[in-house]
Design a protein around this ligand. Structure first.
Ligand code: ASP
Length: 300
């Protein structure tokens, strides 16, 4: 039995296999229509979600499995009555073959995995990790660019509280010849532990404050939303870094613009028409990557 708690749970070979399988599933989904036959998977979400929960649930159903779900466990589950996460997990595992968990605490997925007898899949834990988002982000880069090695990346927006950025940069550090620019307001800079990790792995990381500081030839811009829900009212005083068409015009035709979504105003709507904006394609890839992940998890 394998849990998926962190992006560190995947090595590069496993990612390559997963991405090849994702390609196959996208091409011939019908071949996988009964991969999860007879399985019941629980989605247990203590924080809001559109893409992650619905793409997991669509993935489960497309693989022939069934879903039980609590989409607002923070308010509508027995958490309100004071039930501990460990107890909830022990109960839900009795009804299901795997648990997809999103929680506002950084350590929640680890805590759940410690007590669970069925696989726990981390669907976002506090500001710490969002491993399946990193899988779909990396898959999107691989499918558009044909490689992940040797590229130049800008991660921008909220690098401090953005869990998708944390999972992504941790894994990018395992590819060779990667260069990363971290563009944010000083208050939202990438925490030192990630900067150190990148340094240790020999990745060239530069933090900057403007798109003028990054070369126009960057391969990938990964922009993110200010995670206001993790910083209370203080966050509202931090000016958003906005990407509009004028910013996009600075970059070459091969620069792609990604975003985990949801977006607020940090990417102007006008940019959606730009061929290089791939965030909706990225979110669609989420379902296929999660199908590949679930298929792999239950493969005999
Ligand atoms: N949907 C992503 C997450 O759950 C990104 C975001 O919310 O900004 O972390």
């Amino acid at each position: 039995m394998k849990h998926v708690i962190s992006i560190d749970d995947f090595n590069i070979q496993q990612l390559e296999r997963l991405f090849r399988l994702t390609d196959q599933i996208r091409q011939s989904p019908e071949q996988y229509a009964s991969s999860l036959a007879g399985k019941v998977i629980a989605t247990l979400f203590y924080e809001p979600s559109t893409r992650t929960r619905l793409s997991f649930e669509a993935a489960i159903q497309r693989l022939g499995g069934k879903v039980i779900s609590t989409e607002n466990a923070r308010e509508l589950s027995s958490a309100v009555k004071g039930e501990r996460l460990e107890d909830t997990i022990r109960v839900v595992e009795g009804y299901s073959d795997a648990i997809v968990l999103r929680h506002y605490e950084d350590q929640a997925a680890e805590i759940a995995a410690e007590v669970a007898q069925v696989p726990v899949i981390n669907a976002g834990s506090g500001a710490k990790e969002h491993p399946t988002q990193a899988l779909l982000d990396l898959y999107t880069i691989y499918s558009i660019k044909g490689k992940i090695d040797g590229l130049t990346y800008v991660v921008s927006g909220d690098l401090r509280y953005g869990r998708t950025v944390h999972s992504l940069v941790k894994k990018l550090a395992h590819y060779s010849n990667v260069r990363i620019y971290g563009l944010s307001r000083p208050e939202l800079a990438l925490p030192q532990e990630y900067v150190e990790y990148l340094k240790q792995r020999g990745v060239s990381y530069s933090s900057c404050i403007s798109f003028d500081d990054v070369p126009s030839t960057v391969d990938v811009i990964y922009h993110t939303r200010t995670q206001l829900e993790r910083m209370g009212t203080n966050g509202k005083e931090i000016a958003e870094i906005i990407i509009d068409q004028q910013v996009m015009n600075r970059f070459g035709e091969n620069t792609i613009l990604m975003h985990p979504l949801p977006r607020n105003q940090e990417i102007a709507m006008e940019v959606d028409e730009d061929q290089r904006a791939v965030y909706f394609q990225q979110s669609r890839n989420g379902m296929y990557v999660r199908m590949a992940l679930l298929h792999t998890l239950f493969e005999r």
